[in-house]
Design a protein around this ligand. Structure first.
Ligand code: GDP
Ligand code: MN
Length: 383
């Protein structure tokens, strides 16, 4: 009886996500995002980069922005710093003094650190762009990423566009490889969802928003500037899409602790967003298919809980029937295969992070300010 329960439990972990993945792959194969892209459309863009203690990377980030392939009189850059204590602003000023920066640039400084979304909203007041782009100090764009992403806004139905992350340090170790595996699944889902209508899951490292499609970045505790804002935009009837050809480079955490820290915080944002999308859908205020909302809820909220149950139940069964030593043996032999090991680590750490991300949601201890992960900002990373 218990064995049947266990099989059902593992089955419920395997089949619904697999079904969703296959569905998305079929969508991807059948057609492209039905949007009229126009490269001649080059509106005025404001690119906001919020910083908190980014002295190690900010000069490199500015160098990267300076190389963007976009008309000089069509891009405004705003750096908004929230009282960094590591000399971030000095780094910016030194860089600007010795460089011929091609675009108009505004430096803003907040007296108090109130979180990323808050900073973005301050910058928004100074922005002149028809399109508002955001990026992080520790992520770097491909030269043509902006141009490619902007071209989608020629279609008036598009409210926001996000791009694809390539990991600079993918081969560093099992945890970076795990992030690579996660991203591979993740992007196929995002692309499938975008082809159907919209994806609600955005990455603020490369995100563009139509100015008239939103008032402010979502700044409620526990929500994120990217996912939180995008849900509001979709709820207004715009499409928000992921486009794989707009590429940015970023690092993945390479230690267990670093990975869990960054992923559990991002998971908190994901979980808040997905639960909000479910509520909006119930109220009939989200033009995204029920199935997509449901599967995302299943993957990010239900699955991690089921996985915890499944592991516990399997462990109990195992210790009660201790004669099944072959099972443990088989498990360890399978772990010798590196690909399987990486996949398993990706799956387990991802779900663990989702459970951790659920906790602030349940306890109500939600915050908009986080501690950055230093191992994702080493000076010697090159992309
Ligand atoms: P992660 O990539 O999800 O780990 O997030 P990061 O820690 O890299 O933060 C994303 C961006 O937001 C970085 O450029 C940070 O410097 C910036 N950031 C984070 N918190 C704050 C804040 O309180 N104020 C400002 N202005 N920027 C912030
Ligand atoms: Mn980052």
């Amino acid at each position: 009886m218990f064995v049947v329960f266990l099989l059902l439990l593992w089955g419920s972990l395997l089949f619904p996500p697999a079904a969703y993945y296959v569905w998305m792959l079929m969508r991807i194969r059948r057609r492209n995002v039905s949007v009229s892209v126009n490269f001649a459309y080059q509106p005025y863009v404001t690119l906001i980069v919020p910083t908190y203690n980014e002295a190690t990377v900010i000069a490199k980030k500015l160098e990267n922005i300076n190389e963007l392939d976009y008309p000089e009189n069509k891009l405004q850059v705003i750096i908004i710093d929230s009282s960094s204590i590591d000399g971030t602003l000095d780094e910016v000023k030194t860089f600007l003094n010795k460089t011929n920066f091609r675009f108009q640039i505004i430096l803003l400084s907040e007296k108090e650190r109130l979180g990323k979304s808050h900073a973005l909203n301050v910058a928004l007041k100074y922005s002149a762009g028809e399109i508002i782009a955001t990026s992080d100090a520790d992520s770097f764009w491909e030269k043509d990423a902006l141009k490619k992403a902007v071209s989608y806004f020629a279609d008036p139905s598009i409210g926001a566009v996000t791009g694809k992350e390539e990991l600079i340090n993918l081969r560093r170790g099992v945890y970076t490889l795990s992030e690579g595996v996660y991203r591979k699944f993740y992007y196929n889902l995002r692309l499938g969802e975008s082809i159907i209508h919209s994806t609600l899951i955005f990455q603020g490292e490369l995100a563009l928003y139509r100015r008239t499609a939103f008032e402010e970045f979502e700044d409620a505790p526990g929500y994120s500037d990217d996912i939180g804002t995008v849900i509001n935009i979709v709820s207004r009837g715009y499409r928000c899409i992921f486009i794989p050809e707009a590429i940015f480079y970023d690092t993945a955490a390479f230690s267990f602790r670093g990975r869990l820290r960054v992923k559990s915080r991002r998971s908190e944002h994901l979980v808040s967003g997905i639960i909000k999308s479910l509520k909006l859908k119930i109220k009939g205020r989200l033009p995204v298919m029920w199935r997509i909302i449901f599967f995302n809820f299943y993957l990010h909220v239900i699955s991690p809980i089921l996985l915890t149950l499944a592991i516990l139940a399997t462990a109990i069964l195992y210790f009660v029937n201790f004669n099944s030593l072959w099972f443990l043996g088989l498990f360890f032999i399978l772990l010798l295969i590196k690909k399987l090991r990486v996949f398993l680590i990706s799956y387990i750490t991802g779900n663990l992070a989702l459970i951790l991300g659920l906790i602030p949601f349940i306890t109500g201890k939600r915050s908009n300010v986080w501690k950055k992960v230093d191992e994702m900002r080493l000076k010697n990373y090159n992309f």
